[in-house]
Design a protein around this ligand. Sequence first.
Ligand SMILES: [Zn+2]
Length: 363
Amino acid sequence: MFFRLSAGATVVAAAVACAPVSKLPEIDEVAAKRERDIQQELAFRQFYNNSRRVHAITYPLLMAGADLCGEQTARGMGLFIANKHGFKKDYHAAAAKVGLGDRLAVAGVAPGSAGERAGAREGDVLLSINGWPVPEGKDAGDKLKEKLAEIGKAEADPVLTVRRGGKMVTLKLETDVVCGYGYTATENPIVNASADGKDLRIEAGMLRFLSDDDELAAIIGHEIAHNVMDHIPKSQANQAFGSVVDILFAGFGVNTQGAFGRLGGAAFSQEFEAEADYVGLYIVARASRKIDGAPYVWRRMALDNPADIKSNHAATHPATPHRFLALEKTVAEIKAKRAAGKSLVPEKQDPASSPAAPAPPPQ
Ligand SMILES: [Zn+2]
């Protein structure tokens, strides 16, 4: 997307200045349209696969953290359900190629989820749920969400009738208890992920930056922990403004230079970042993912933001050396608990021995 923007800007600039003097290749417009369709399809497939991947990694973490989420729990099926209307118009033709039309269909089944246990499969087309015919078209997704909320309120379990190939299949789901956060993958090229107390957001740039699913789980675990630990409401109470922006950006490779934090005072943002690292890694470990690589994700982010390496622990922006060392200790703590057969519960501060107040905001 950056590419297209800058290319456009170049053309405009050249037209204003003077015409090119080189003999350029002539482009056939029919071929150009064909190439546009190819690029459109590739862009869709990348976004679609990113969305499916984020679903497959995030849902098990929401299950694993459920007992830490208190009143924020919900019941989930672990199914990524979509039709073509969930995507922008430019993508509808490409969506048809992966089987997405007007009807809602299963686009992903999270490992270990209620959907997987019930035998749901990718490509299953939704016909009815608890006898209610699932609508098709533009608003079908929203209507299904309303119906699921209704079923949840009645404490019933969903029974889906799907079409698989030429056959009708009935799926009886025993729903999972999960942390009730929404999550979404974006097409934004920045290296970032964020939590707003309710939902999680993983930018495309972050997916490209991370080398495998365990690393992605480490980042998503960190974001879930921000929501689990109520960091957003607390920091809003602690700071007049600026807090949300700081939590969204701090430490994710987007160099905000601490500007947002300084605006709002940033009394707690560093402690919250450290806590999200700590609790997040427990959630990741509970989902049986490898955690050894997590500290190295932050070390690599330091290469993207060398300015963060220098900042000390009293600065606004989280210092990456502290982050790396704290995560290494957390990995060791979790492994020791595993070896001793103990349950993976994050340690709480002992109110008698801990320093009562957090450090004052930097001057
Ligand atoms: Zn964070």
